[in-house]
Design a protein around this ligand. Structure first.
Ligand code: UD1
Ligand code: CA
Length: 459
């Protein structure tokens, strides 16, 4: 039975933040949620998060995950003391019980690496270790003459000879649950930091004749911890490059992998092109042959095959059909549903509205709370007046309508199939099908009118 303990009680003082460290994000998700995702993938029977600094805030952020257990560590007396607080929650059924310790501020460890660690453990203990050219600050992996791991010595407690060891403890450890509980209760804090070190269980296991094996991470980003904004930014860059690499591998053309931001999941069809400076958030799916121009932001959107999103467009919770043309400078807000072959041009904002196939709004328009049919042409400057200051109302525009430029449709209002609105119309009542409706003061010309002349002031 697998239990997972995630250490997240530390303060993260160097973040200089009012938010607990593990609630800071990498790729748009909190560090703790990254770790939890890995824990979920391992199908642990129990997941315990050890909280301390900002405990309430951390628990609040994950209230929806009702199966999570939180153990409060107050005060923070070391990693061993932290795991000890979780011990009462660790479940056992005698069969191959194992507890895996993860860090909430080491967010990107891969599931495959953790599986390798659990396999390496066999019946004993396993430590995820790494060879670092500069091991300063880390716990060192001490091996005996036979090359077997016999202890972990913290940097501050290490002798000069031990400090020369370049194999370090990443902090991620798997241990048999029953023994772990016993060892934790036997820890002391007689060391340079007067802390209860989790790492002291290594020596205890060895003294009992248990094997201590190691496994290694597959990539550098997996074991990088975040203690400062600088480290957070560094890890973000490494991770973004990795995410871009995965997209390239899947066949996406990315103009510059160093200028792509993925903060969610991006699902791409074949032959998708993404220009520089685009940000993808939430769940985004791009169909075959989609082209995303420079500096677009797409959040929770789905784009059909062959559609082009031109530069500087902002799409949020919208769906677009195939072979459409969006932007440049288009804004699709939540509930915008654009059918196939639609065109939405510069400075057009669409919110909670459906635009039927082959319909166009090419310049400067606001379409909110509207139902627009097929083959409709919305002229420049058209506005659906959906809000009366209190309530929102719908505008319905049926198929094959032509809305002249600079028209206002005061909702609730309906434009019948095939109707035309003359430019500058303020529509306050329904426009019948197949007719021309126009509301405009008659044009007059005043003959003999003279322009005023500027008076010149005397000095
Ligand atoms: C720890 C390891 C060290 C390893 C290093 C890797 C010990 C004694 N040392 O050192 O061998 O090389 O990590 O980064 O385990 N935490 C708590 N409660 C506490 C103390 C820490 O929850 O009382 C949490 C922190 O929030 C953090 C993690 O445990 O997520 C590690 O704590 P940190 O202080 O960074 O450990 P190090 O001393 O760096
Ligand atoms: Ca650390």
């Amino acid at each position: 039975m697998l239990n997972i303990v995630i250490l997240a009680a530390g303060q993260g003082k160097r973040m200089q933040s009012s938010r607990p460290k593990v609630l800071h994000t990498i790729a748009g998700c909190t560090m703790l949620s990254h770790v939890l995702k890995a824990a979920r993938a391992l199908e642990a029977k129990g997941v315990v998060v050890v909280v301390g600094h900002g405990a309430e805030q951390v628990e609040q952020a994950f209230v929806a995950q009702t199966d999570l257990k939180f153990a409060l560590q107050q005060p923070q007396l070391g990693t061993g003391h932290a795991v000890l607080q979780a011990a009462p929650h660790l479940r056992e059924n005698g069969q191959d019980d194992v507890t895996l310790v993860l860090y909430g501020d080491v967010p990107l460890v891969e599931v495959a690496t953790l599986r390798a660690l659990l396999t390496a453990r066999q019946k004993g203990l396993a430590v995820l270790t790494e060879l670092l050219p500069d091991p300063t600050g880390y716990g060192r992996i001490v091996r005996n003459a036979q090359g077997h791991v016999c202890a972990i010595v913290e940097h501050k407690d290490a002798t000069p000879a031990q400090r020369a060891i370049t194999e370090v403890n990443t902090g991620i450890i798997a241990a048999p649950t029953a023994q772990l509980k016993t060892w934790l209760s036997q820890l002391t804090n007689q060391n340079a930091q007067a802390e209860y070190y989790l790492t002291d269980i290594i020596g205890m296991a060895v003294a009992q004749g248990l094997a201590v094996n190691v496994a290694h991470p597959g990539a550098a980003y997996e074991t990088l911890g975040v203690n400062s904004r600088a480290q957070q930014a560094q890890l973000e860059r490494l991770w973004q490059l990795e995410l871009a690499r995965r997209q390239l591998e899947a066949g996406v053309t990315i103009a510059d992998p160093a200028r792509l931001e993925l903060r969610g999941t991006l699902q791409c069809g074949q032959d998708v092109f993404i220009d520089v400076g685009c940000v993808f958030e939430g769940k985004v799916s791009l169909g075959d042959g989609v082209h995303v121009g420079a500096h677009c932001v797409l959040r929770d959107v789905s784009i059909g095959a062959g559609t082009r999103i031109e530069p500087f467009s902002h799409l949020d919770q919208a769906t677009v059909g195939s072979d459409a043309k969006i932007g440049p400078y288009a804004r699709l807000r939540p509930g915008a549903e654009l059918a196939d072959r639609t065109h939405v041009g510069n400075f057009v904002e669409i919110k909670n509205a459906r635009l039927g196939s082959d319909s166009k709004a090419n310049h400067l328009a606001y379409i909110g709370d509207a139902e627009i049919g097929a083959r409709v042409n919305i002229g420049a400057g058209t506005i659906t007046c959906n809000y009366d200051g209190v309530n929102k109302h719908r505008t319905v525009i049926e198929d094959d309508v032509f809305i002249g430029s600079d028209s206002q449709l005061v909702a609730p209002v309906r434009v019948g199939r095939g109707a035309t609105l003359g430019a500058g119309t303020t529509l306050t009542r329904d426009a019948p099908a197949d007719t021309l409706t126009i509301s405009r003061t008659k044009q007059i010309t005043i003959e003999g009118w003279k322009r005023p002349i500027k008076k010149i002031k005397k000095a």
